[in-house]
Design a binder for this molecule. Structure first.
Ligand code: ZN
Length: 57
């Protein structure tokens, strides 16, 4: 089984994680991400979804 590593701390992810557009992040690291950066990640994720939606039309 492929192990998933946190892109922020490099540790193997066991249990919950956040699949941010810039890479998977463990809960511990995600908690330390500033809200501003979280919003940016969210925007990126949404724009990705939007482009997928456009391609389907
Ligand atoms: Zn981490």
């Amino acid at each position: 089984m492929k192990t998933l590593k946190c892109t922020r701390c490099g540790k193997e992810i066991k249990g919950g994680f956040y699949n941010a557009p810039s890479g998977a992040s463990c809960c511990e690291c995600w908690d330390k991400v500033p809200q501003k950066e979280k919003n940016k990640e969210l925007e990126k994720a949404l724009s990705k979804l939007a482009s997928i939606g456009r391609n389907l039309k």
